[in-house]
Ligand binder design. Structure first.
Ligand code: HEC
Ligand code: HEC
Length: 182
């Protein structure tokens, strides 16, 4: 064989092997990969995570026990996140550690009730929180809305564990063609 033919053969071989790796059931996780330094666990991108057997295992094979992710930090910054659609319960922009919500007391309503919202500068709960199931507006927080964390969650710095292509209502409207908006 001439040197040029040998070179072409080698290139075809390398490209072929490269393409072969790109498809099929080749696991994305390499067992021989060096373990991450203690305390720092690599979070896969959402596309990587969606390809593994169980995205919650973050690509680790079944025989190994991956180190747990550090607990997510609760943001206590008073910075509100955007709402994705009008009836989304807003996320809580402050920590809620130790706030008692039970039969005897509702700590959240201390600040979020109508009466004290001026003192604490907290947005009062909206009128839906006073409605019973027949849409009658009650004088006190409705039992259906008493346990706030059923619907509202604190904001954390946790990364998504599984792929998610959720799109908010405003983004969908902005992307819709003009005719569809009318
Ligand atoms: C000490 C007063 C206080 C208490 C107690 C409190 N909050 Fe708040 N909350 C605030 C203030 C003030 C804000 C406005 C944003 C900020 O400054 O953090 C707020 C903001 C919020 C928001 C965002 C509202 C929006 O329109 O985006 C939610 C949701 C919320 N709180 C839920 C709760 C829940 C649930 C509890 C109980 C577990 C609770 N809060 C307890 C003071 C309080
Ligand atoms: C069953 C679900 C549910 C429960 C329980 C609930 N909320 Fe909400 N909350 C919502 C939804 C949905 C919205 C946004 C639409 C609306 O205002 O009804 C909201 C809005 C809010 C807002 C923003 C109000 C505004 O005018 O923008 C605050 C503050 C709030 N909730 C606090 C609370 C507190 C405090 C509690 C507990 C006493 C509570 N929520 C219980 C679903 C809930």
């Amino acid at each position: 064989m001439k040197p040029m033919q040998i070179l072409a053969f080698i290139i075809v071989l390398i490209v072929g092997v490269g393409l072969g790796r790109g498809c099929g059931n080749t696991p994305t996780h390499k067992p021989e990969a060096a373990p991450a330094a203690k305390g720092t666990v690599a979070v896969p991108t959402t596309t990587q995570a969606s390809k593994s057997i169980d995205a919650m295992r973050r690509g680790a094979d079944l025989k190994s026990e991956p180190e747990s992710l550090p607990l997510a930090r609760v943001e206590n910054t008073d910075i509100r996140r955007e709402r994705a659609y009008p009836m989304q319960p807003p996320t809580i922009p402050h920590a809620i550690d130790g706030y008692q919500v039970d039969q005897h007391a509702n700590r959240c309503m201390l600040c979020h009730g109508q009466a004290n919202s001026a003192q604490f500068q907290a947005p009062p709960v909206s009128v839906t929180h006073y409605m019973d199931r027949d849409s009658q507006v009650l004088a006190e927080i409705s039992p259906r809305r008493y346990f706030c964390v059923q619907c509202h969650v604190v904001q954390t710095d946790a990364q998504p564990l599984i792929a998610n292509d959720f799109t908010g209502a405003d983004a969908i409207l902005a992307a819709a063609p003009e005719t569809a908006k009318e």
